[in-house]
Design a protein around this ligand. Structure first.
Ligand code: SF4
Length: 191
């Protein structure tokens, strides 16, 4: 299978994993955690289609990134084309960080898993907020270092929230912030 169903691509970000990365959100999530921050990615309708080859060509043309982060949606719902994509960009020297709402023990062997350096697993649990580690919303979510590319030093990276003004004037956010920070931002918006 060639085609991916994607929700969003941010070519260059400091807010979605270690270092400077390209972030790719998939469209469609079968996990459906209550309280999910991205419920608009649940449906498999909507989104846009792109072949994994075209996505790889786009990502590999971005200068200055050390890797790519795959987020959801649920990346493992599109395990076959994303596996080809991850394998291709990793062969070209980029690192691959993949988020999943499943736990590693439940994931069958796959090219996507084999091509992932850093796996963040587990569903979002709204009643177990994460106190300190970056990029994750709940404390049950685990970081698996599947290669020697990364280690626990990544936990020193601060969470960041990035705001972009789209060509149509709309505001696009990505990254991660506490509810308090988001509320402070929204309050500032009203002043
Ligand atoms: S797996 Fe991710 S995208 Fe899917 S419902 Fe859970 S938090 Fe949301």
């Amino acid at each position: 299978m060639e085609l991916l169903n994607l929700h969003r691509i941010v070519d260059v970000t400091l807010a979605e994993g270690p270092g400077v990365r390209c972030a790719v959100w998939t469209q469609g999530c079968s996990v459906r955690c209550p309280g999910c921050f991205n419920p608009q990615t649940w449906t498999t309708r909507g989104g846009f289609s792109l072949s994994w080859r075209d996505l790889a060509a786009r990502v590999l043309a971005v200068e200055g990134i050390e890797g790519v982060t795959l987020l959801g949606g649920e990346p493992f719902d599109q395990v076959e084309p994303l596996g080809h994509f991850a394998s291709a960009v990793r062969s070209a020297g980029l690192s691959v960080m993949t988020f999943t709402g499943h736990v590693l023990e439940d994931l069958p062997p796959s090219r996507l898993l084999d091509s992932t350096d850093l796996l963040v697993d587990g569903p979002f649990l709204a009643d177990r907020p994460e106190p300190s580690r970056p990029w994750v919303g709940s404390s049950n979510q685990r970081f698996h270092f599947l290669s020697d590319r990364y280690d626990e030093s990544i936990f020193a990276t601060p969470n960041r929230l990035e705001l972009r003004i789209a060509p149509d004037g709309g505001i696009e956010l990505n990254g991660f912030a506490t509810t308090e920070v988001l509320e402070a931002l929204l309050e500032g918006d009203h002043r």
